[in-house]
Write a protein that binds this ligand. Structure first.
Ligand code: G16
Length: 541
């Protein structure tokens, strides 16, 4: 290893004294000004991971749903999935190392992971539209170069596009072409084929208003639009030309505040959706004729997609094992509907796509979605082969057509990670094929009233959780207090967990009425504030 080069470049990317960061739910995230050294060091780490896996590794500079002033970095493993957890630990150690420790940590990783130093290394780099992202991605490039790795800088891309291209590259383009244009072509073709099969039920135009969170989604949808069939009419809002990223808009804002984003006027019954800052999440919504806002979140997306797939599987007579993976945030009504009405097994994991993704891999077909709209569908190799074979060889027309629909669905879905563009196209196609309006989709089940809040505490690491984050183990007395509060309300549930992307504790509640859900969330917030070291003003109702 060329330690001289590493040291020379390191001196240009010094760590601020006393700063300690953790590789969280989706990589490192904090104020952009604190991240230069982290980016450089993740460039170093990506080279080692690339040499160890003999594959291309991705580095995405983004803080996704966080405010514009923040930034972050996510590492992408060979098949487009999130970095494996053992390497998350190395990432944290490297990010927090003092200057003089970098060399020994790199050496240790190489020894433990049998990294061959002369192995070719390749890193794909992408970034979101934050003003700080360009400079930070240069720091990643310095890290890659210091260790003699090759890189391809894709510049401005959505996070899922980078995941997709890493996967394409490492599967010798079996998954698709490792270019943004290749991504557009693959998805557009699958969408066109799938919706062609809907044309017998009418040639209606599909109209959708999209809030792009003032982020990268707007740029990429504008590029993609010319590939898409004309009958999909999309109108883009919050395209980043005027307002700040994620400010009072975007999927996270809409989901948490349960109200429409700024900058998008909704006429009654119009179908609308919001992306987040790096376009890996999506939620739908509409206003009814009385002007009431209705959110159609990740749980309802999972329900729509899994119902569609299950019906097709029945048509083709396949008994492939399908499951839906959720987190503690999943609305109780959605879990009940899936298990009791749809008879689909449901599993709960910790928050973070990486956890859901791994669980989903255990099934022939794993549909995973977080309530916040982050999710996708995974098809096992065997399931995919069976479906593709039937789509080609099946003699019975009806069965073959259903298999073709499944095949096009597979091609339309970005199986590497949750992808707002791909998910949006899947949803639009399903609605068209099933002839459903957004209201009919929403009416599949009724959400239990719920509330999400944030509490600031001095050190969020004092909260430790268990049971897929549904119970707090520490600090002492907190869970007992939550249990006591939950008992005061009907059909109620609440939990708290430290965020892995923001310096806050998240509180979630559900109850029989919105008033009760709000009141339970507030009381739990107060308990967190008093028992876990709250800072600033106590939470207000
Ligand atoms: C990231 C993760 C998601 C997670 C979200 C919030 O999303 O990829 O899986 O749900 O953070 O995580 P936390 O509650 O730990 O802050 P994104 O869209 O911000 O990358």
């Amino acid at each position: 290893m060329d330690f001289e080069a590493v040291a020379k470049y390191s001196a240009l990317h010094l760590k601020p004294a006393g700063l300690s960061l953790q590789y969280g739910t989706a990589g490192f995230r904090t104020k952009a000004g604190h991240l230069d050294h982290v980016m450089y060091r993740m460039g170093l780490l990506a080279v080692l991971r690339s040499r160890q896996t003999k594959s291309t590794i991705g580095v995405m500079v983004t803080a996704s749903h966080n405010p514009e002033e923040d930034n972050g970095v996510k590492l992408v493993d060979p098949l487009g999935e999130m970095l494996t957890s053992a390497w998350e630990e190395y990432a944290t150690r490297l990010a927090n190392a003092e200057e003089q420790e970098i060399q020994s940590i790199l050496t240790e990783i190489c020894q433990k992971e049998a990294v061959k130093l002369h192995q070719y290394a390749s890193v794909f780099i992408g970034r979101d539209t934050r003003p700080s992202s360009e400079k930070l991605s240069q720091s990643v490039i310095d890290g890659v170069s210091a260790l003699g790795g090759q890189y391809h800088d894709y510049g401005l891309v959505t996070t899922p596009q980078l995941h997709y291209m890493v996967c394409c590259q490492n599967t010798q383009e079996h998954y698709g072409k490792a270019t943004v244009e290749g991504y557009y072509q693959k998805l557009s073709k699958a969408f066109g084929e799938l919706t062609k099969q809907a044309s017998s039920s009418g040639d209606d135009q599909m109209c959708l208003k999209i809030d792009c969170a003032n982020g990268i989604g707007a740029l990429k949808l504008k590029e993609m639009e010319r590939n898409l069939p004309k009958k999909l009419l999309i109108h883009l809002y919050n395209d980043g030309t005027k307002e700040k990223l994620n400010h009072l808009c975007g999927a996270d804002f809409v989901k948490v505040h349960q109200k429409p984003p700024l900058g998008l006027e909704i006429k009654p019954n119009e179908r609308c959706c919001s992306f987040d800052g790096d376009a890996d999440r999506i939620v739908y919504y509409y206003n009814d004729t009385a002007g009431h806002f209705h959110l159609v979140d990740g749980d309802k997306i999972a329900t729509l997609i899994s119902t569609f797939i299950k019906e097709l599987l029945m048509k083709i007579g396949q008994t492939l094992k399908m499951a839906v993976i959720q987190t503690a945030y999943a609305n109780g009504s959605s879990t009940r509907y899936l298990e009791e009405t749809m008879k689909v097994p449901v599993h709960c994991t910790k928050t973070g796509v990486k956890h859901l993704h791994h669980k989903a891999q255990e099934f022939d077909i794993g549909v995973y979605f977080e309530a916040n709209g982050h999710g996708t569908v995974l098809f096992s190799k065997a399931a995919e082969e069976k479906i593709r074979h039937m789509a080609k060889e099946e003699k019975e027309n009806q069965k073959r057509e259903a298999a073709k629909m499944l095949e096009n669905t597979i091609d339309l879905i970005n199986q590497t990670v949750g992808d707002a563009i791909s998910d949006m196209l899947v949803i639009e196609a399903i609605l068209a094929l099933k002839g459903l309006t957004v209201q009919q989709w929403d009416a599949i089940y009724t959400d239990l009233p719920n509330r999400q809040l944030k509490v600031k505490i001095a050190d969020r690491r004092v909260i430790d959780t268990t049971d897929a984050e549904r119970r707090a183990v520490t600090p002492a007395g907190l869970q007992e207090k939550i249990d006591e509060l939950v008992k005061k309300y009907r059909v109620s549930r609440a939990f708290v967990r430290p965020s892995g992307t923001e310096d806050v504790v998240r509180v979630y509640s559900e109850a029989d009425t919105q008033e009760n859900a709000d009141s339970l969330a507030h009381e739990v917030s107060l308990a967190v504030y008093h028992l876990a070291g709250g800072i600033g003003e106590p939470p207000q109702p």
